[in-house]
Write a protein that binds this ligand. Sequence first.
Ligand code: GLN
Length: 539
Amino acid sequence: MSSAKYIFVTGGVTSSLGKGIISASLGRLLQARGYRVTIQKFDPYINVDPGTLNPYEHGECYVTDDGAETDLDLGHYERFLNIATSQANNVTTGRIYYNVIKKERDGEFLGKTVQVIPHITDEIKNSFYKLGDTGDYDFVITEIGGCVGDIESLPFVEAVRQARFELGPSNFVSIHLTLIPYLKKAGELKTKPTQHSVKQLLEAGIQPDILVCRTEFPIPADIRKKLALFCNVPINAVIEAIDAETIYDVPLLMRKEKLDERVLAKLKIAHKKEPSIDQWKEFLGRVKNPTEEVNIALVGKYVELKDAYKSIAEAFIHAGAANECKVNVHWISSESVFEDNTEKLIGEMNGVLVAPGFGERGIEGKVAAVKYVRENEVPFFGICLGMQCATVEFARNVLGLEKANSTEFAPETKDPVIDMMEDQKKITIKGGTMRLGAYDCHLAKGTKAFNVYGQTNIQERHRHRFEFNNKYLEAFQEAGMVASGINPDTGLVEVMEIKDHPWFVGTQYHPELKSTVLNPHPLFVRFIKAALTHKKTKD
Ligand code: GLN
């Protein structure tokens, strides 16, 4: 077994308490002490991965370098820790059963009855240990999705119980994230739900080592004492997680509450130096004290649910900080945009981002928004479907190909400027079959994209089935929209930009997936800079 230490984070009382942010914050603090850390998420649903889920169900689908379609919490892990995650960092019940059933069909259990215990729990534990076994990490933080007590998370919780024995006390920490509700009428913070939740954990055979308590108000000493007494934890293992202004405050709040120290103490690791978090503090200072502000429209189909565009929203925060600028994102439903109301909807904006997406709904609104920003020289950033809409608009209104479209929306169109990739045409299975993950892109010198990255060869992440149709490339380039980024192996267009426009860049890939606190994505940083310039020239 590996030398990694394992930290398991479970949740109680209710979902949406922010286990992902707590895990990422703890990871960040341990990393700031010089440890090598990774974080993985175990989701209790039956889908093999979230790739087949509508964003309304589960928010954004986050794509890793190796092409895994994963839970959006992995985005937080990457943004906070500045590390790359992979398929191994996100496992669902569906994947566990899928693997076990495959083994059964392959005859691996010949003669045996395949059961939840030990076969499913063994498979879960193998996945728990997989990253730790590489020897690349000192700490593996494992977030268990859902709530303790949910029927569907039972096998995961049972596997944590077994892991506790296998790993031994010096390699295992159990953190339980819970809620301390405030009853207004009584004027009191209540501990009972937490007591019940810990009881449920105890019934499952797990004594939490640390309680992280989400609360709207500071938790006074007497309440901490009560929680410690009823939940069998030392009082200094009751950690207050008070509502924070931004998610980026949480590592500092956890530092103040000494969460990282509690973890090290439980593992009997003598810590010599304090974590170095100056860079983080500096970032937060820039987030909180902007000297400028810009208004950016995000035109998308799923705007009612902000989580659907999580990585884009976070990339704006990173890019804003880099420009010492507050980015006010105005979420505009693409279905509400028409050519005759673009001035009203986006006329006051300093930049427009047209979002990724699937399906026909809202497409014409996105095209109308592109037309407005192209004609009015408003900075534009198109991502994936956003880039595809930009080429459709250009084809229709500049090249005069009135019926130009993507075959995703008009399969019979006379001018398919966006068409299904050749190797996608024979695929009928939906799960995990798009063009996924990191691919090389070659940037042409002298273009906006090249100047932003400052290098020729880049790698970015993808999630799409359709592509720019190279039959039209020459016509586009002659008319001023150029392919500034090309995949060197396949010739697929990766970046389109308009030469004669202050800032008009569309990417077939998803740059937002690689923006982190320490490395804000250069395309977002530059887009915000363009928006600032636009604002100044307008004033
Ligand atoms: N629907 C488009 C495609 O499949 C764009 C996908 C996206 O925006 N991620 O190519």
